[in-house]
Write a protein that binds this ligand. Structure first.
Ligand SMILES: [Mn+2]
Length: 326
């Protein structure tokens, strides 16, 4: 991964001018957005700044042990309390989940740090590394450019970001560079074993009950595995809308499926879809066409419900992708 020095210098300049930056993690936060946000928060604190962090949804219990996790707020602070906004691990402004106020445009600078292929560079300065396995890679490059030493806590946050976005170093994006980065973060004191035990190998009880529902409804048609999760089942279990139960990654493990799709019915009537694809297929295009985004191998979007309508609209697109590339 190579980031233009000009971009790092521009980001450093924005950060240098800022005293009270607001760091935004995306909705239904994953380990990459959380870990990178917390790592940058720690780095900026070391530089004497007063960063605030926000995310529209709660941090998953399996990541709540991270240093600073309790500092996330769910609403944006008053305009007067921020002088820079940093969007982390998101491909567009919609992904701020309403935390970004349109009135900030042009008044408060916007820095973007991301690795989504579908990112169109919506910041005043945008550091985007589409080939990187996780935002953790460009984030580490930025922290290095700020001359902040990699302490144990920053290393743990970036290590968690990398290990979660690569699903435990399983993805196609897990290059020798990623493995070298993991080694470096462990050497710096990153808590590899703790992350494996507390995050990657931990499933909240409610989530596992939800897996039961989704697995019961699982269907396989040739190389396509898919499942649906009706709202009534969510309500029966007490599952919140922001909880996607990690279904995308679960269903993607069906051995003979090249593409998988999960359809979760939301309380507003919409249906949230997660796609996963084996290398050689591209679900980012499908998600983007439907108004979402993501990576070739993992992407998502929301469409209008009800569930039957959503599956009838979306599954043909997936079948087409399978037909074109097989
Ligand atoms: Mn990511």
């Amino acid at each position: 991964m190579k980031i233009k020095p000009r971009l790092l210098a521009a980001a450093r300049e924005l950060l240098g001018k800022s005293q009270r930056p607001l760091l935004l993690a995306h909705p239904r936060p994953d380990g990459d957005t959380i870990g990178c946000t917390l790592a940058l928060r720690l780095a900026l604190q070391q530089l004497g700044k007063e960063p605030q962090i926000a995310c529209p949804h709660p941090i998953p219990a399996t990541m709540s042990y991270l240093p600073g996790a309790e500092e996330f707020r769910t609403a944006a602070p008053a305009d007067a309390d921020i002088d820079l906004v940093i969007a982390i691990d998101m491909s567009d402004l919609k992904r701020t989940g309403g935390l970004y106020h349109e009135s900030w445009r042009g008044r408060i600078p916007l820095l973007v740090i991301d690795h989504h292929e579908t990112n169109d560079g919506f910041g005043d300065v945008s550091i985007i590394a589409p080939e990187a396995a996780a935002t953790a890679l460009p984030m580490l490059a930025l922290i290095r450019a700020l001359d902040v030493p990699l302490g144990r806590n920053i290393a743990t946050c970036l290590l968690l970001a990398t290990l979660t976005d690569t699903r435990g170093l399983r993805t196609e994006s897990t290059t020798p560079e990623v493995l070298a980065l993991v080694a470096e973060l462990i050497e710096a004191g990153g808590d590899y074993l703790g992350i494996m035990q507390k995050t990657l190998d931990s499933v909240p009880y409610l989530q596992m009950r939800g897996w039961g529902v989704a697995l019961n409804r699982l269907q396989l048609e040739e190389k396509l595995a898919w499942t649906t999760f009706p709202l009534a089942e969510k309500e029966a279990l007490g599952i919140e809308d922001h909880d996607d139960l990690g279904l995308g990654n679960l269903i993607s493990r069906v051995a003979t499926a090249d593409i998988s799709a999960t359809f979760l019915e939301m309380r507003d009537g919409s249906v949230k879809i997660s796609f996963r694809a084996r290398p050689g297929y591209n679900v980012a295009q499908i998600a983007k066409y439907l108004g979402g985004g993501g990576h070739r191998q993992a992407a998502g979007c929301s469409v209008e419900g009800p569930l039957e309508r959503a599956t009838e609209q979306v599954l043909p697109l997936v079948r087409k992708e399978l037909a074109v590339n097989s």
